[in-house]
Design a protein around this ligand. Structure first.
Ligand code: NAD
Ligand code: ZN
Ligand code: ZN
Length: 348
């Protein structure tokens, strides 16, 4: 089979590799019908995630068709259409028993395209297949489904639910990439009064408007504190989500929140940020962090299947598997290409 193989920082190739097959009785093999690229894959290629070994097949998001099941797999049959989640779950450890699958101690968690071979391939081995896949409901397309592998549960769980968005809240979201846009989309399930999107790229702010933000602030030009102050009588936002992953945007999130409000950090950080306790000890803030657990995926699938969430505008570019290199280039140069989610589809 062919796959997108990581060969060390800055180096990748679509090439021939050994076929994916069953190692454990709980495994399944899935033919990848649609795969996509995450910002995290770019972090890997940038050398930021050194535990990814050269030779690793990248990718942790897919929709596909089951082609083989291990002897103890009970919920899947050959031919089933499934979503392959970015998080795998052993189902038995103390964290999985508590729905905190991202923290799995039994060999799951974020492993695909990280610690084991991933989904940017013609076939993928999915460990703990019963717990780590979701059936695609009838009438739901691969394109609607694929964003539920990672970005929607991440934005919803780590941003909207950790941030405890409530009706009439003023919600500020720093960073309008796919994750920030998915946070804009899912925050609306809780009827906030305003969603303020903050970014440096006009193309991303334009996307934020389409996804439902009603105030767009280019923080390279305008001061988000002034905009939010005007909306809130000078108090600050009820909820601020950080969806960039830089020290300055985390520190900005803490400055933009009102006393008693929530700061939900979603961004992956590679450098320390300063927590100004000398200012905030008195403010009754709740600050949360998190790796996605994907416990909300069944809820999100239900919302997509019942047309309560429209995920289709998230997909902007489509390629065949043989064009993986071009797909990576389009995604890596999002400011010019306007790319949000870039899909690769197997030839049928
Ligand atoms: N916690 C989790 O489980 C989890 C899961 C997936 C991704 N992430 C992280 O979420 C973050 C967002 O992911 P994404 O795919 O949307 O990334 P992205 O790179 O596509 O988007 C980031 C956005 O931030 C904007 N930006 C950059 N610097 C800025 C600044 N100083 N002020 C305002 N905006 C700025 C960029 O223009 C861009 O639109 C990343 O850090 C990613 O690694 C976290
Ligand atoms: Zn991801
Ligand atoms: Zn576990």
């Amino acid at each position: 089979m062919k796959a997108l193989v990581y060969h060390g920082p800055g180096s990748r190739a679509w090439e021939e590799v050994p076929d994916a097959n069953i190692h454990e009785p709980t495994d399944a093999v899935v033919h990848v019908d649609t795969a996509t690229i995450c910002g995290t894959d770019l972090h890997i290629l940038g050398g930021d995630i050194p535990e990814v070994a050269p030779g690793r097949i990248l990718g942790h998001e897919a929709v596909g068709t089951v082609t083989e099941v291990g002897s103890s797999v009970q919920r899947l049959a050959i031919g089933d259409r499934v979503l392959v989640s970015c998080i795998s779950s052993c189902g038995n450890c103390r964290f999985c028993r508590d729905s905190s699958y991202g923290q799995c101690l039994g060999g799951g968690g974020w492993i695909l395209g990280h610690l084991i071979d991933g989904t940017q391939a013609e076939y993928v081995r999915v460990p703990f297949a019963d717990n780590s896949t979701h059936h695609v409901p009838d009438g739901v397309t691969d394109e609607q489904m694929i964003v539920l592998a990672d970005i929607l549960p991440t934005a919803y769980e780590v941003g909207v639910l950790n941030g405890a968005v409530r009706p009439a809240d003023v919600v500020a979201i720093i960073g309008a990439g796919p994750i920030g846009l998915a946070a804009i989309m899912t925050a609306q399930l809780f009827s906030p009064s305003h969603i303020v999107a903050i970014d440096l790229a006009e193309s991303r702010l334009e996307a934020a408007r389409k996804f439902g933000a009603d105030m767009m602030v280019n923080s390279g030009r305008d001061d988000p504190a002034a905009v939010i102050g005007e909306l809130t009588g000078g108090l600050g936002a009820d909820v601020v989500m950080e969806a960039v992953g830089l020290p300055q945007t985390f520190e900005q999130a803490v400055r933009l929140v009102r006393p008693g409000g929530h700061v939900a950090n979603i961004g992956v950080h590679g450098a320390p940020a300063t927590l100004h306790l000398e200012d905030i000890w008195i403010k009754n803030l709740t600050i949360t962090t998190g790796l996605v657990d994907t416990y909300s995926t069944p809820t999100l699938i239900g919302l997509v299947a019942s047309h309560r969430l429209d995920t289709t505008p998230m997909v902007t570019h489509r390629f065949g598997f043989e064009e993986f290199e071009a797909a990576y280039d389009a995604f890596a140069n999002a400011a010019e290409t306007g790319a949000l989610k870039v899909l690769m589809t197997a030839a049928r």
